[in-house]
Design a binder for this molecule. Structure first.
Ligand code: PLP
Length: 425
């Protein structure tokens, strides 16, 4: 055994303290269970397994084959799916693999504008998706902050994309995947629904089922799904080959092969078998009744928090939330997203600055913050606590230059957080 690497392990201890001593309101974060953590930190990290179960490019894969098959089967059950690939290292790599499988460089894609709530991988010019493909975008309505499906249909007809991406990083409302599918079918496009954020809520039936209506879905496994950091690709039961609408249910095999090779060798080498094992553990947890309770509480907490903030004069984009998150336009509060993130951070409330639709600030400054309830719900905080959390947020935002007040609030939050223990470290 080598000596303990104190430099790193001391920092891990400090990060563990940070994670438990404050309020984690970043919409894309969560706390995994001890079992997910155990699998993610296991000796499986030692194993190379390029390829797929029973078709590997390395020896000694008999055991990890079993693990990957279990992960796939559990995910299929969770999403009522016919096909799942559990190998993508991240949500971005899941999207990259789908693009590889369905498009040629230069093909046209239609995605949700990053500054209105989309993700980098949905066509941003700084990302591979905007560099390799020809992009077009839809956004939200200026007045309502909602997706306008008639407008999206018009843009699709004009742009004739080969692939349409539904899904978002910062959109708090239900997404109508059925309508997106009609729009895609009308122009002969593949519908990719990126459910990275609401996947846990979709799996438990709390939001419209993207898997049922999309040709292909991608997701991360670490947000509302509460698994390890990673990605997955899913195809539903009523699969239709997006390249040939006449072959209904007829060519799942062909599309699975394309997607599998989009992941490996198209975009990745060896899969992270420790993370695949942790995904399997998380999928089993998500299949339990208790996870349904968790997702219901996450959604109720988000609604309660949004209502409390609205009562204090905060401008929630789209006026509320149907999922686990909300986007707050701070312009009427006279503070930028950047300054609010810094001030809240000093009080041990972690959020991220976020562009709001039609923002006049740069992405480094922004006019808004994004808030989510997935992590605080895992800690056990319930609806009746959301008013208190909204008051703390409001006190910090209203006194962002008052270091003494922020220090005082920070101490209150440390004390409050200590009554919601999360992991033993
Ligand atoms: N897609 C959406 C909608 C996301 O919100 C994110 C992450 O925030 C991703 C994809 C990418 O996930 P990752 O950070 O794992 O690459």
């Amino acid at each position: 055994m080598t000596a303990m690497d104190n430099e790193i392990f001391d920092l891990i201890d400090l990060e563990a303290k940070r994670q438990v001593s404050g309020l984690e309101l970043i919409a894309s974060e969560n706390y995994v269970s001890d079992n997910v953590l155990k699998a993610a930190g296991s000796i499986l990290t030692n194993k190379y397994a390029e390829g797929y179960p029973h078709k590997r490019y390395y020896g000694g894969c008999e055991i990890v084959d079993k693990i990957e098959i279990i992960a796939i089967e559990r995910a299929k059950l969770l999403f009522n799916a016919e096909y799942v690939n559990v190998q993508p290292h991240s949500g971005s790599q899941a999207n990259t693999a789908v693009f590889h499988a369905c498009l040629n460089p230069g093909d046209k894609i239609l995605g949700f504008d990053l500054s209105h709530g989309g993700h980098l991988t949905h066509g941003s010019p700084v990302n591979f998706s905007g560099k390799l493909y020809t992009t077009s975008f839809y956004g939200v309505d200026r007045e309502t902050g909602l997706l306008d499906y008639d407008e999206i249909a018009k843009i699709a007809e004009k742009e004739q994309p080969k692939l349409i991406i539904a899904g978002a990083s910062a959109y708090s409302r239900e997404i109508d995947y059925k309508r997106f599918r009609e729009i895609a079918d009308n122009v002969g496009a593949v519908l990719l629904s990126d459910i990275a954020h609401p996947a846990g809520l979709i799996a438990k039936g709390l939001l419209q089922d993207a898997v049922e209506h999309s040709h292909i879905c991608t997701s991360t496994t670490h947000k509302t799904l509460r698994g390890p950091r990673g990605g997955i690709i899913i195809m539903g039961k009523d699969f239709e080959n997006p390249f040939d609408q006449k072959l209904k249910n007829g060519n799942l095999k062909m599309m699975s092969t394309l997607l599998n090779s989009g992941v490996f060798p198209g975009n990745q080498g060896g899969p992270l078998m420790h993370i695949i094992a942790a995904k399997a553990v998380a999928f089993e947890e998500a299949l339990q009744e208790d996870f349904l309770n968790y997702t219901v509480r996450t959604k109720l907490n988000a609604q309660a928090l949004a209502n409390s903030l609205k009562a204090k004069g905060y401008d929630i984009i789209s006026d509320g939330t149907d999922n686990h998150m909300m986007l707050i336009d701070l312009r009427n509060k006279g503070i930028t997203g950047k300054d609010a993130e810094i001030a809240l951070g000093k009080a041990h409330i972690t959020v991220n600055k976020n562009m709001v639709p039609f923002d006049s600030e740069s992405p480094f400054v922004t006019s808004g913050i994004r808030i989510g309830t997935a992590a605080i719900t895992t800690r056990g905080m319930k609806e009746d606590q959301m008013g208190k959390i909204a008051s703390w947020i409001d006190s910090v935002v209203s006194n962002s230059k008052d270091e003494d007040e922020i220090l005082r609030i920070g101490k209150e939050i440390n004390e409050y957080a200590s009554s919601y223990p999360i992991f033993q470290k």
